[in-house]
Design a protein around this ligand. Sequence first.
Ligand SMILES: CSC[C@@H](O)[C@@H](O)C(=O)COP(=O)(O)O
Length: 364
Amino acid sequence: MSSKKSIMDYETVALDDGKSALVIIDQTQLPYNTEILELTKQEDIWDAIYLLKVRGAPAIGVAAAIGIYLAAKEIKADSYDEFYQQFLKAKEYLASARPTAVNLFWALDRMDEVVKANQDKSVAEIKELLHKEAVEIKEEDIWVCKQIGEYGLSLVKPGDGLLTHCNAGQLATAKYGTATAPMYLGQERGYNFKIFADETRPLLQGARLTAYELHESGLDVTLICDNMSATVMKNGWVNAVFVGCDRVAANGDTANKIGTSVVATVAKRYNVPVYICAPTSTIDLNTKTGADIHIEQRPAEEVTEMWYKKRMAPDGVKVFNPAFDVTDNDLIAGIVTEYGIARAPYTESLKEIFAKKEAAKAAK
Ligand SMILES: CSC[C@@H](O)[C@@H](O)C(=O)COP(=O)(O)O
């Protein structure tokens, strides 16, 4: 019997409180090396987020929550004010790692709220509450992905062809993934999906991560280049597109990995519905439209040489390398959240989703 551990047996992101470490799989090494990193320094945590060692909006959120807890744990302060000043500095630092995925800010703000709400407590007690909150943020993400799986699965039928772009899988979340959650759940229930994974240039999250985790899990996955989605859709092989997101604006416009809007435009041409799998932690009602979303620009080398033995572009050529694009809301058939599926017009339906979330919180 093989004792080789599957990538699915590892936690994408975890806290080792005894070692005061953020524990992650270094995703830049996948699929060849499964290297587990134990990060204790704030600079290393920042680098891991910036360099995409830990990536995907929900996983970035969990890493940030654990990261700021670890920073807080190290603070030596006698008074609340002294503690909070240093906490805010650490928060600002981690928040600067990447600009588009709102989960980074959402998680840091949630941790900040814990500090502000407990000014009457001792510094030691606040640290303990931060620990609890970071653990909760991670646990919640697992539940959220499960729910998205159930709602997503209700949109498709056994034997369907599904296409996904980038990695919104287990490696992008605490477990199950968002766009992959209906796929994993369908597998448990005998749906026999045929999945197409876009390779996702320039950093190949689709090839290195999505194709890897789905294949390891025994799903029927076919890797395609980014320029092949029209072909597989025209052939009638795709019944639905499921993708994740980094920030959904109040009107439903959605920032996700560069190339998502191309897939959505092609899908519209071939009448294939595009579903955005979106934890409410990735929906930002304070951002009005996609035009207000800050799109991260990344180094030219990611396009010209990073994954090649030799540079594959002329020296000195200009390169444009946005990490994300915005899919306009009219290309989106539904936004699948943990509280149900929002449909156009999104300005209203997303508010209803948040009202359900509030009601569920109040009922606890
Ligand atoms: C559930 S993850 C959703 C998104 O974060 C994912 O689709 C994506 O675009 C990730 O981009 P990345 O640059 O790899 O962090």
